[in-house]
Design a binder for this molecule. Sequence first.
Ligand SMILES: *Cc1c(COP(=O)(O)O)cnc(C)c1O
Ligand SMILES: [Zn+2]
Length: 415
Amino acid sequence: MSYTTHLKCRQCGRTYEIEPIAGCEDCWAPLEVIYDYERIRSEVPRQSLESRPQTMWRYRELLPLKDDPWVGRLTGFTPLVPAPRLAKALGAREVYLKNDAVNYPTLSFKDRVVAVALSKAREFGFDTVGCSSTGNLANSVAAQAAAGGFKAFIFVPADLEPEKLLNTRIYGATLVKIKGNYDQVNRLCSEISQKYSWGMVNVNLRSFYSEGSKTFGYEIAEQLGWRLPQNIVVPMAGGSLITKVHKAFTELQKLGWIDPAAPKFFGAQATGCSPITTAAKSGNYEIIPQKPNTLVKSLAIGNPADGFYAAKVILESGGAGEDVSDREVVEGIRLLAETEGLFAETAGGVTVATTRKLIRQGQLNPNESMVLAITGNGLKTVGAVSGEFSEADVIRPRLVEFEEQYLNIPAAASA
Ligand SMILES: *Cc1c(COP(=O)(O)O)cnc(C)c1O
Ligand SMILES: [Zn+2]
């Protein structure tokens, strides 16, 4: 069962069979998976989804697999959380958090893309898989490769957070640390992909991998009662997630599953690595590569593969791109934790801080509904906030000491 018809170059339109291929042979642009929407529209009524398990696979007709998923069968359908206390702090009316910090199995939105990529790797007959990663992809490929019985080689910049490194090795994957930034790691992976017959998740499986991101968008629409929010704020690394959420919303309208609507897309980055927001702010799509220098390692891609298309989605939707300093990122993490009890990683701090900035600038209308994409878990980047708190004093187990220390009651007064 599959509704996919072919792959198509986003730039020149050249078409390809469904095969593991890194990009268009003519212009190197990304390839898009094309579906037979007419057939889906006539064969799959929206109501038929309602009785299905609450995972990303309830939208399986819109995903590029022939067979049942090989890995990640329980991934997705994370909570969409109303966030009234955060809304109040931001001066906004209606705020929701799409919380992929609790995605299964490795606590980031990357579990969605890896579930599709490794299931497709199985269909193509690969027994070894790999990826280049800024951290979360590494964790998810390592975990799901273990669960799927693949051998895995994971390539990362050597300066990643220790939690992200450990959360890769624990699954038995071969971790290859590279002296260089993500863009250099990614180039090496392209070379490896040409020499070895491996399923490289973000190289020759990239067009399938990125389709997994669409489920983040389908779920938001379904969880809002088959409606779209008026605004969505998405953190960007390579720019894939934001373009695929846009594709998801467009598909749902094409299928007649939701009423036509025109949500505004806001892209968020850290100022220390902001090639996409820099392009969007100057009003065009041309990406000028940067050398990353930021606390926010998960978004540190200086030469984003989908940057052009991400900037296009943002500007054509009437939204905006904006970036925030590392200090603002930490404030964003704390604000989210203190108002909604949700501990996000640095990318979540980027989303919250950028939302605050956009509202203050008048670029994001606080009277309209907005969804904030929370894409990763704070427990994986504790170093980003550990310096925020001074060591707590240790007291003896005595009531007077507690009262003196924490309630400001002098010892004599309570005696
Ligand atoms: C990978 C990642 C993103 C965004 O990735 P894109 O490359 O833009 O699709 C956002 N947040 C987190 C936590 C990530 O790991
Ligand atoms: Zn092309």
